[in-house]
Design a protein. Structure first.
Length: 490
């Protein structure tokens, strides 16, 4: 017995556009199943004696479309165990038909032949109705699973399977992440048939159209306005490439990895300042400045022929997947501490640290600010037990280093040279105390710097308000202003 499912498409229009071969097969088939009977052709075929079973009721049973398609496919495969059947879909079987793809995947495993019997795609009818040329760049997207990462707003976009207002609402919200609320879009229903309707609406009204049904697609014209395109990563890349081009900016063209180092450090601290200030707008701006530094380094790498931003993204993406096996693999991490331990272990393996390294302190960058570098060096040493078990000896070490520093302050050149070394020892000892107390020394000093800035600016205001200069104030008077700033909580 032949075990077969033949899949036919009803096309995008009415009976006049249905291919003769498909028409004859439908009327001669003994067992016909429709994904949906809501199609202009079906009413006409019913008059000519077509009998069928529709899966429309399956859509009401499930919340997820994948569940709908899975039930349809399993039902069809079961029916095909005992009889050759015909499965009928709107449009063409291989365009925007998830159930067909599942049949092609599952059928051979059950020794059921899957035949694609033809049909006209709704895409041709849409191109004709909208009078667009897909060679200019074109995307066909599924409205039931649309996400903003898919959107190429500089191309023609058609969102299919916009069955109802709920899907239309999700499509609208996704498009609004990239497009203005009033961007013009087109609702196209029953393209290519005598019932064809094309309606232009602003994006925010997309889900307010009552004519939306299973023959509806949404067309989004390509964006031409540069201001809208500024959200695209590709546009940023284009801008940076232009700045570095022979006709670009002289300053940008002269930059190297070496000359840009200081700007990356400065911009990173600006980000920290924005975080500490809890200023979201400032944070967005400063993160953009850090991204600018990354893009400039990437463009220099591309100009020199060594690497590009694509290589950076690829390496980062691969690393994130490798170091998160509890997310992308089968490992488990029940809390942040376990996730961090897993990260560090994988990092060691990647860097070849399973074998004994030349030094346990390897990996602490010389480029770090030295307060932060001291912190990281101590952490490395502590991991192998080179550390006090409580804070008391650490505090005693601070006192010892302070005394040694003071002993060298004898006013001689030699004493000052030694004092410099003792001062470094004192700072290092203080960092150790901070580590014990889980105080990040860099953050603590940053906050103190900010506090000093606020209080000194208050002193400046008081001096200016007094009508006298700094030189005309005694230190005691300036200290009074300082104490006033403290009382004000600055």
């Amino acid at each position: 017995m032949v075990r077969r499912i033949e899949i036919l498409g009803l096309g995008a229009g009415d009976l006049e556009q249905l291919p003769v071969g498909v028409y004859r097969k439908l009327l001669n088939a003994s067992s016909v199943f429709l994904r949906t009977k809501e199609h202009p052709v079906i009413a006409d075929l019913e008059k000519e004696g077509l009998s069928y079973t529709s899966f429309d009721s399956v859509y009401e049973k499930h919340d997820q479309f994948e569940e709908v398609y899975e039930e349809i496919v399993q039902t069809l495969l079961q029916k095909a165990e005992s009889d050759s059947i015909v499965y009928v879909v709107p449009g063409h079987p291989l365009v925007a038909e998830r159930a067909v793809q599942l049949l092609l995947a599952y059928g051979p495993a059950r020794n059921i032949e899957i035949i694609i019997g033809g049909g006209q795609s709704f895409i041709d009818a849409l191109f004709t109705a909208l009078k667009i040329d897909p060679i200019e760049g074109f995307q066909l997207l599924d409205g039931t699973s649309l996400n903003k990462a898919q959107l190429q707003i500089d191309q023609h976009m058609i969102v299919s399977q916009v069955y109802d207002q709920f899907i239309a609402s999700n499509v609208k919200l996704t498009l609004m992440e990239k497009l203005p609320d009033d961007y013009p879009v087109y609702i196209v229903t029953a393209a290519g048939s005598s019932q064809e309707i094309i309606e232009e609406v602003p994006l925010y009204e997309l889900d307010r159209n009552v004519s939306i049904n299973n023959l509806t697609s949404v067309y989004i014209p390509p964006v031409k306005e540069e201001q809208i395109l500024l959200k695209n990563f590709s546009k940023l890349r284009e801008i940076i490439a232009e700045l570095r081009s022979p006709t670009g900016c002289p300053w940008d063209r002269e930059q190297t990895h070496e000359t840009l180092k200081k700007y990356l450090i400065e911009e990173t601290y600006e980000v920290i300042d924005a975080i500490n200030s809890e200023d979201i707008d400032h944070l967005v701006e400063e993160l953009g400045d850090v991204l600018l530094q990354v893009m400039l380094h990437a463009q220099i790498g591309e100009d020199d022929g060594y690497f590009s931003i694509d290589d950076i993204i690829e390496g980062l993406s691969a690393k994130m997947i490798r170091r998160h096996p509890h997310v992308f693999g089968n490992a488990e991490a029940d809390n942040a501490e376990e996730a961090l331990i897993s990260w560090q272990e994988i990092k060691k393996q990647e860097k070849g640290e399973v074998n004994v390294p030349a030094s346990l302190l390897e990996g602490v960058s010389m480029a770090l600010p030295n307060l932060l570098r001291a912190f990281e060096l101590q952490k490395k040493a502590a991991k192998v037990g080179f550390d006090w078990q409580e804070i008391t000896p650490a505090l005693e070490k601070v006192k010892e280093e302070l005394e040694e520093f003071m002993d060298e302050l004898d006013g001689t050149v030699e004493g000052m040279a030694r004092a410099k070394g003792e001062f470094g020892d004192l700072l290092f000892a203080f960092v150790n105390v901070a580590r014990f107390l889980k105080i990040h020394p860099e953050e603590a000093l940053f906050e103190t710097n900010e506090k000093f800035t606020r209080r000194f600016q208050f002193v400046e205001e008081k001096v200016m308000g007094s009508g006298r200069t700094f030189e005309e104030h005694t230190l005691e008077q300036l200290d009074q202003y300082w104490d006033e700033a403290k009382l004000k909580g600055l």
